[in-house]
Write a protein that binds this ligand. Structure first.
Ligand SMILES: C[S@@+](CC[C@H](N)C(=O)[O-])C[C@H]1O[C@@H](n2cnc3c(N)ncnc32)[C@H](O)[C@@H]1O
Length: 317
């Protein structure tokens, strides 16, 4: 493995598979003979979830050498600080905050992360700046610390999960957001299911529930919170929230060692659960409940999330 900071590259021994890793983002896989383009720190790498077409064949040792060279030329904090390509672009985007949020969405569309009009609309409607800490760069494509050993996920992960759940977030449907954190995705779900639907968030850190309520009150989802179709609860999300089950869509924002049975039980036949599963190596798994109650599970992509755990373990760090 090369690199311990933001960018890591490794080659699995005995496999033909080589992976690039963006910490807290996604792992990008492609097969040997490994191919690499020197444009690999373009925003494409920060957003795409697909196998990336690369232009020039290089042996593994050359990849390692290139990664080391890039590491020596770039500060370790390259992606997470205001020096990232994305945040430099963000500074060039002019106009109001809402306009910058729109540019972020357009950027994710141009890299193919957002393909659905509905997902673009909801991410334009819910301004990310209302959900990140005040000193953060709200439209940078990166997770950000929100305290209590938690993060707000990166915009490309929010977009990916919304894309995967779109057909299960139609008006009138029920959704559950486990590990709701800042409340960003719960607010998006609430807008999508509308006043006839139900968007439930469960978060186990009471202070985060409190601040997420404040965030949502400033957002376009405030009327839904007031009307009671959007609700946030403090609790252990591994148990789901039986009160409003069964759910058409369940999203889990933290990585579980295995899929909690309670979440499968609370999924409606025809419903979908999106959950990161694993410890050090994690996959974003898509669980579809069939009409007969059986489930089909597939892996969408490799990811890196904070763990779905007990409150005590999370606060210990
Ligand atoms: C990566 S954060 C994502 C938050 C949210 N999706 C966002 O973008 O703001 C994961 C969240 O899961 C919460 N969490 C972890 N384990 C939990 C559990 N057992 N029950 C409820 N929430 C949990 C953490 O406190 C954290 O807020």
């Amino acid at each position: 493995m090369v690199g311990s900071g933001v960018l890591e590259i490794w080659h699995d021994k005995g496999s033909t598979d080589t992976s690039l890793v963006i910490a807290y983002g996604c792992r990008y896989r492609y097969h040997a003979p490994t191919q690499l383009s020197l444009s690999y720190l373009t925003p494409r790498y920060l957003h795409s979830h697909r196998r990336v077409p690369l232009s020039q064949s290089l042996p593994i040792s050359a990849i390692h050498a290139t990664a080391l060279l890039l590491r020596s030329r770039l500060p370790n904090t390259y992606i997470f600080t205001g020096n990232s390509l994305f945040s430099r672009m963000e500074r060039l985007w002019t106009g109001s905050r809402i306009n910058k949020n729109k540019k972020m969405v357009e950027h994710l569309q141009s890299y193919g992360v957002i393909r659905s009009i509905k997902v673009a609309e909801v991410m334009e409607t819910i301004d990310r700046a209302l959900f990140v800490p005040e000193d953060a760069s709200p439209y940078m494509d990166s997770p950000m610390h929100i305290g209590y050993n938690a993060t707000i996920s990166a915009p490309h992960m929010h977009a990916t999960c919304l894309e995967l759940l779109e057909n299960h977030l139609k008006p009138g449907m029920h959704s559950l957001d486990v590990g709701s954190g800042t409340g960003y995705l719960t607010a998006c779900f609430a807008i999508m299911v509308g006043p006839e639907g139900r968007a439930v968030g469960v978060e186990h850190i009471p202070e985060l529930v409190e601040s997420s309520l404040q965030n949502i009150q400033k957002s376009a989802a405030a009327p839904l919170l007031k009307a009671g179709s959007l609700v946030l609860h403090t609790g252990d999300g591994r148990l789901g929230w039986p009160e409003y089950a069964p759910y058409d869509a369940i999203h889990v924002g933290a990585a579980a060692p295995e899929i909690p049975q309670a979440l499968i039980d609370q999924l409606k036949p025809g419903g979908r659960l999106v959950i990161p599963v694993g410890n050090l190596f994690q996959d974003l798994q898509v669980v579809d409940k069939n009409p007969d109650g059986s489930v089909s599970i597939r892996s969408e992509t490799s990811v890196r999330y904070v763990p779905l755990t007990s409150r005590e373990a999370q606060l210990r760090g």
